[in-house]
Design a protein around this ligand. Structure first.
Ligand code: NAP
Length: 312
């Protein structure tokens, strides 16, 4: 598996998103998914304190067990946790959230500690100051942000250089062939500030695997069979099916699958860190790990861009 850099960290170009753990899948199935990921060469595991009502971190920590040092563990803080934490990014909260995540993960350090959402009530200087202390204490190796606009990335970069604190090494934003608004502004901000990108919902919750078909009920047991109809209808729009069908045809003409196109297109973007697709089975993890071998030519990228261009 090809590797990429996130600050001082080295990660596999396909990572594993862990938000299904403790929510869609139980501890035994989580263990099977984690085992398959490690066997397939995946070394980045992305979770959050809030996933699975805090169960994701616990399941992941136990599933890794003695293999902890072979992998890179990324988690997040900042979302409110029912009964456990108010959320946000104030220095006091950052420190208490970090201790709680270390405990749940059963580890002595978090490799990549990410602010889940911007906190309008806390200046980024204060958050970076607290994260800097965690790095100096050895509890955190690198820090990242998530759901940040390009302007927020620039502001955080400026703060880190003025205050001489740790700076964000990554940004985790929604990004896929179905959701690519402001892509170039984001990549430019990453380039300027030296951040790696971790795209979330890289498969648009499974739409970009081709498992959902226009005018057909979603297959039983899948994610989009189990969400409120309103959310499903938003994903199952005519525009999305138009794009999916055209991309699937383009991929097939070149001997590839839609999954390979969705993952390889992301992997080939500048500043890409790791494509953190989620999975609910070992088979999915194996398919995802093997899906980034297609190096798209400039012409192929242009064709894909024309098909998947965001709405004006
Ligand atoms: P995703 O990667 O777009 O979709 C994952 C879903 O697609 C899986 O649960 C599975 O659905 C299906 N799938 C995956 N591989 C498949 C394959 N090979 N064949 C068929 N179906 C396949 O969405 P995601 O997991 O929600 O997002 C990825 C990660 O991003 C998360 O795990 C999380 O770590 C992170 N995330 C971050 C934020 C943030 O605000 N920072 C927000 C959301 C997610 P089924 O369940 O139907 O099997």
């Amino acid at each position: 598996m090809e590797t990429r850099r996130i600050g001082s960290l080295t990660v596999s170009v396909v990572g594993l998103g862990c938000n299904n753990f403790g929510m869609r899948i139980d501890e035994d199935r989580t263990r099977a998914v984690v085992d398959a990921a490690i066997d397939a060469g995946i070394t980045l595991f992305d979770t959050a304190d809030v996933y699975g009502g805090t169960k994701s971190e616990e399941f992941l920590g136990r599933a890794l067990g003695g293999r902890r040092d072979q992998v890179v563990v990324a988690t997040k803080f900042g979302a409110p946790l029912s009964g456990e934490g108010s959320g946000g990014a104030s220095p006091a909260y950052v420190k208490s959230a970090c201790e709680a995540s270390l405990r749940r993960l059963g580890t002595d350090r978090i490799d990549l500690y990410q602010l889940h959402f911007p906190d309008q009530n806390t200046p980024v200087d204060d958050t970076l100051g607290a994260l800097d202390e965690l790095v100096r204490e050895g509890k955190v190796r690198e820090v990242g942000c998530s759901n940040f606009t390009p302007a927020m990335i620039d502001a955080a970069g400026q703060s880190a250089s003025e205050k001489n604190t740790v700076s964000f090494a990554s940004v985790q934003n929604q990004l896929s062939l179905l959701e690519r608004r402001h892509l170039h502004d984001l990549l430019d901000a990453c380039q300027r500030n030296g951040l790696a990108v971790l795209p979330y919902f890289p498969l648009a919750s499974g739409m970009l695997t081709g498992k959902y078909r226009r005018n057909e009920a979603p297959p039983e047991g899948t994610r989009l069979a189990n969400v409120p109809a309103e959310r499903r209808d938003r994903v199952f729009s005519d525009r999305n099916f138009d794009i999916v069908e055209r991309l699937e045809k383009l991929a097939a003409e070149r001997g590839h699958t839609l999954l390979e196109l969705a993952m390889s297109w992301l992997a080939g973007l500048p500043s890409m860190g790791s494509v953190i697709a989620g999975a609910t089975s070992p088979e999915q993890v194996r398919a995802n790990a093997a899906s980034v071998d297609w190096t798209l030519t400039a012409d192929e990228r242009a064709e894909v861009d024309a098909i998947s261009a965001p709405e004006a």
